[in-house]
Design a protein around this ligand. Structure first.
Ligand SMILES: O=c1[nH]cnc2c1ncn2[C@@H]1O[C@H](CO)[C@@H](O)[C@H]1O
Ligand SMILES: [Zn+2]
Length: 448
């Protein structure tokens, strides 16, 4: 029997429990077509069209009134350290290396699985609220991350951030953590959550250890998530020590392939871009983090797109951003490219929206990222009644340049409703739990 969600009091918790056959009526697509969208109980979009509701009203368990909304694909955050929400505002306005080694790493030494669980719960809440349905996450205590993600209902590629500084015992320990995570995630059988391997960066993991990571990624057929060419110092040091650029070093150690998602790429040369293109590697662009940490150069989008490199978008962690709003990230990406490369036509609105959706899904290997029959129903409904969406000369322009996360009203991931008309179950509990967890982390650090 068809069920109309209770739009006045959002107490209908049954809505949020699982994927059910759903009909969204009268929503607008970015190309301004007014359509109904029908997806089945597996979360696969079956039909999109004007007025298909007559044909499918009987098939749908849930009907969502989409009038007054714009439907866009759910957003993909392809580089983050989710639990760093707990470090939001803890250390700002610093030089990157100093920020990491003097403030962030010392505090992270006190992290427990419980902190990571609550930090990730908060991150997922913030992401869902702002229309994000998937993340590519690198951090510690990743089994706790997996538990938080599973509860939130989003997609995630998860890796343990490997930092060895050349220490063999440390490598053994980090590989064990990785293997343990891979085994754990596979045993959970959640098709939305996948394991990856995460050598942190060429400056924290030396070439012989990068080789071990590359081999593991190849053997297990999993994503290799890393940081690449973020600062000039990293590139200069790499040239001095290894006689080649960090991208060339990744390639030499077998780390560059179509399974690679490398964050930043600010200081990539044209040759590096060509190499990435040849290997089919993906770059996750994080303009807010790059500008805040003054990396000094914007990722060369023009060279990357010319060399056919897939570029997706990410926020990075909340201590270098300091939020997880992908709308803010889209706008920043589009304007940062124009400003830095002095080109007013570079990275137009449509491309930045694809970067945040289909390119992200491609980088992470999910068959989603577009609202299209046969693909997973990862859908955000934005309110057209928000000032930033009025007037609607060009919906794509509004999404890229004027909307913020707060225009998102309803979020669906793999057919499951995660937020309905602004309501997310247990939101207050998550906020309370995460803020006491952040206090506990700082208390522990102060006691030492
Ligand atoms: O912008 C960044 N550059 C380099 N490392 C970072 C950045 N943001 C966070 N981390 C660090 O990466 C590790 C992930 O496991 C963490 O230590 C986190 O603090
Ligand atoms: Zn990062």
């Amino acid at each position: 029997m068809s069920k109309q969600p209770d739009t006045t009091s959002v107490k209908d918790l049954e809505l949020y429990t699982k994927t059910r056959s759903t009909l969204i009526t009268g929503t607008l697509l970015p190309d301004k077509r007014k359509v109904d969208i029908w997806y089945d109980e597996t979360g696969t979009i079956r039909e999109i069209g004007p007025d298909i509701s007559h044909a499918h009203k009987g098939d749908a368990d849930i009907i969502i009134d989409g009038s007054g909304t714009l439907a866009i694909p759910g957003l993909y955050n392809t580089h983050t350290h989710a639990a760093m929400t707990l470090l939001r505002g803890y250390a700002d306005d610093m030089h990157l290396q100093q920020w990491l080694s003097e403030k962030i790493w010392p505090l992270e030494a006190h992290l427990t699985g419980d902190h990571v669980y609550w930090g990730t719960k908060l991150a997922c809440l913030e992401m869902i609220r702002s229309g994000t349905v998937a993340m590519n996450d690198m951090y510690f205590f990743m089994k706790d991350t997996a538990r938080a993600v599973e509860e939130a209902g989003i997609r995630a590629v998860l890796c343990h951030g490997i930092i060895t500084f050349g220490d063999e015992a440390k490598l053994e320990q980090e590989m064990k953590a990785t293997e343990d995570l891979v085994r754990h995630i596979r045993s959970q059988n959640n098709p939305l959550i996948r394991p990856a391997i995460g050598p942190h960066a060429p400056y924290t993991v030396p070439p012989q250890h990068l080789e071990v990571c590359a081999e593991y990624s190849r053997n297990e057929d999993i994503i290799l998530h890393t940081h690449l060419a973020e600062t000039k110092q990293e590139v200069d040091d790499c040239q001095k020590t290894n006689g080649m650029s960090p991208a060339a070093l990744l390639d030499k150690t077998g780390c560059l392939s179509s399974r690679t998602v490398a964050a930043h790429g600010c200081w990539l040369t044209e040759d590096d871009c060509r190499l990435l293109g040849e290997r089919g590697a993906h770059i996750a662009h994080n303009p807010v983090s790059n500008m805040k940490l003054a990396t000094g150069r914007a990722m060369p989008y023009h060279h990357l797109s010319e060399k056919k490199v897939n570029v997706s978008l990410g926020t990075d962690g909340c201590s270098s951003n300091n939020n997880l709003d992908m709308f803010e990230e889209m706008k920043t990406a589009a304007i940062c490219q124009k400003f830095f490369w002095n080109s007013d036509t570079l990275l137009p609105a449509g491309e930045v929206l694809s970067m945040a959706t289909s390119s992200g899904a491609r980088a992470l290997g999910y068959s989603a990222g577009e609202i299209k029959p046969g693909l997973s129903a990862d859908i955000c409904l934005l309110s057209l009644n928000h000032p930033s969406m009025v007037p609607l000369h060009n919906p794509v322009s509004n999404v890229a340049y004027s909307a913020l996360g707060c225009t998102v009203q309803t979020v669906i991931c793999n057919g499951k409703i995660l937020m309905y008309e602004g309501y997310i179950p247990q939101e207050q509990e998550i906020i309370t739990g995460a803020s006491s967890s952040a206090t506990d982390l700082l208390d522990r650090a102060a006691r030492q």
